[in-house]
Design a protein around this ligand. Structure first.
Ligand code: CAO
Length: 445
């Protein structure tokens, strides 16, 4: 029998138990959460330092615990389990400076086993940072006990769920959405047997000890980075991307924009600064209308064509990339689109976008125009089928048939899903976009 103790929880004292996550008779794995405790700064799940069967629960809801308090008694089943780790501090202490090896099976060699106090708590912090001994063990899971319970029941890994609540707090709806999208992303069973093709068979990731070559520092990825990274990776691997590049002559457009911003034409527009991004979104809507295949999603062997025009735009925030959506951009004027982008971008930076403000996009625009660069290959935001990258405008000599004239050129990069779109269609779409941006009056035709 092994008593599981509260590990070192740093400066926290008398933290109340807000959840008991196991019952007597449950079989628990090593590192499985046993209880949750919550201080005014953080929520922590205390994991089991050993596998086994829960024989007694020594705390109840509302009890206050401190480092070293016993919370659960576990009968250690490790010695009989085929691949188990002998984690019982009663039976096996790691030999100083070397691994603990003993199990009932001579064929099983175990890893060094930490003592109870060495098993770190999983910490969720509203503040995002905690000091002292916990700093290196932080897992930012900003969610209420009931949300964490729901996540456990549905099998959602909370640290992969994007929190859309206040300060990125994970809500019940976030967990359900995560599960829905995980189910939707499951490979559809094909009626016909797959005769050829292989899974991606890659070399293992290089395992390098960088500190051998110089001094290093490790930083945990932000929550948004972890989630967007997983999504981007899936999209990059599963979608056959092609990117076309072109340039739009925005000389007249920029002159109009600058003049408009200098002297608003009406009181209602005063204060709403026109941005190039707003014009690009409007031009994209026009192109999507003319080329409906771009305003679509692939669903098995069908294309879902959308009759609405919700346009997402990538927003760079201190915590990573998010994509707020301008809804019904076809029904909005450029001033309205500009002020909506500015409102959504501000909310994005504060981490206050609501789920609805990030859902339902048909097509995305990723603008690096305010920063620089000549071209890039944006990754499609599934289940959309195309994305437009915008780079910084540059004044260039352009041949007009008789002479070179200085023209302000905007580099555009259109990535598209080759399962849905062919190269010729993509070139037509991009040509339409550049022509429209060269003279936005075309959108009125
Ligand atoms: N060419 C030249 N200048 C441009 C430009 C372009 N294509 N686009 C914007 N600018 C200028 C703006 O006019 C503005 O200048 P002024 O202040 O003098 O008017 C300045 O650059 C800053 O613009 P901005 O980028 O802040 O504003 P925006 O409306 O163009 O973009 C937003 C808003 C949210 C798209 C932007 O802030 C942002 O987050 N961009 C990064 C998107 C991103 O990370 N994409 C990569 C995704 S893949 O990892």
């Amino acid at each position: 029998m092994k008593k599981i103790l509260v590990p070192d929880i740093g400066d926290f004292k008398d933290v109340p138990v807000i959840e008991v996550l196991v019952a007597v008779g449950d079989t628990v794995k090593k590192d499985q959460s046993l209880i949750s405790v919550e201080s005014d700064k953080a929520t922590m799940e205390v994991p089991s330092s050993a596998p086994g069967v829960v024989r007694a629960i020594l705390v109840k809801l509302g009890d206050k615990v401190n480092t070293g308090d016993a919370i659960v008694e576990v009968e250690d089943t490790a010695v009989t389990a085929p691949s188990a780790v002998d984690a019982s501090a009663d039976k096996t202490e790691p030999a100083p400076g070397g691994p603990a090896l003993a199990t009932s099976s001579p064929a099983v060699v175990t890893a060094p086993v930490p003592t109870t106090a060495e098993v770190p708590p999983r910490v969720a912090s509203d503040a995002g940072y905690l000091s002292g001994t916990l700093e290196h063990t932080l897992v930012k899971i900003n969610a209420s006990p009931s949300v964490r319970k729901l996540a456990r029941e549905l099998g959602a890994e909370l640290d992969k769920v994007v929190g859309t609540g206040n300060a990125g707090r994970v809500t019940h709806e976030d967990v359900k959405r995560f599960i829905r999208s995980a189910l939707a992303a499951r490979p559809v069973k094909s009626a016909a047997p797959v005769a050829v093709g292989k899974g991606i068979d890659l070399l293992p990731w290089p395992n390098v000890d960088f500190s051998k070559y110089g001094s290093i520092e490790r930083q945990a990825l932000s929550r948004i980075k972890k989630i967007s990274g997983a999504n981007l990776h899936r999209n990059w691997v599963l979608i056959p991307h092609v990117t076309n590049h072109d340039e739009a002559d925005v000389t007249d457009l920029e002159a109009f924009r600058v003049a408009h911003n200098a002297r608003p034409v009406s009181r209602s527009e005063e204060g709403a600064k026109l941005t190039l991004l707003a014009f690009v979104i409007k031009a994209c809507v026009d192109a999507l209308r003319r080329f409906p295949t771009f305003n679509a999603s692939l669903d098995g062997e069908e294309l879902v064509l959308k009759k609405y025009f919700h346009i997402g735009f990538a927003a760079d925030t201190p915590n990573g990339l998010v994509v707020p959506v301008v809804r019904d951009a076809d029904q909005k004027g450029i001033v309205e689109i500009a002020s909506e982008c500015s409102r959504l971008a501000a909310l994005a930076r504060e981490g206050k976008l609501s789920p609805a403000e990030m859902q339902g996009g048909c097509f995305s625009v990723s603008s690096l125009g305010g920063i620089g660069g000549t071209n890039f290959t944006p990754i499609i935001n599934a289940p959309e089928v195309a994305i437009l990258g915008v780079c910084k405008t540059v004044m260039k000599p352009v041949w007009n048939g008789s002479e070179f004239t200085p023209r302000l050129m905007m580099p555009l990069s259109l990535s598209w899903d080759h399962r849905v779109i062919d190269g010729a269609l993509a070139a037509r779409f991009l040509t339409h976009l550049t022509t429209t941006l060269a003279d936005m009056r075309r959108t009125l035709l």
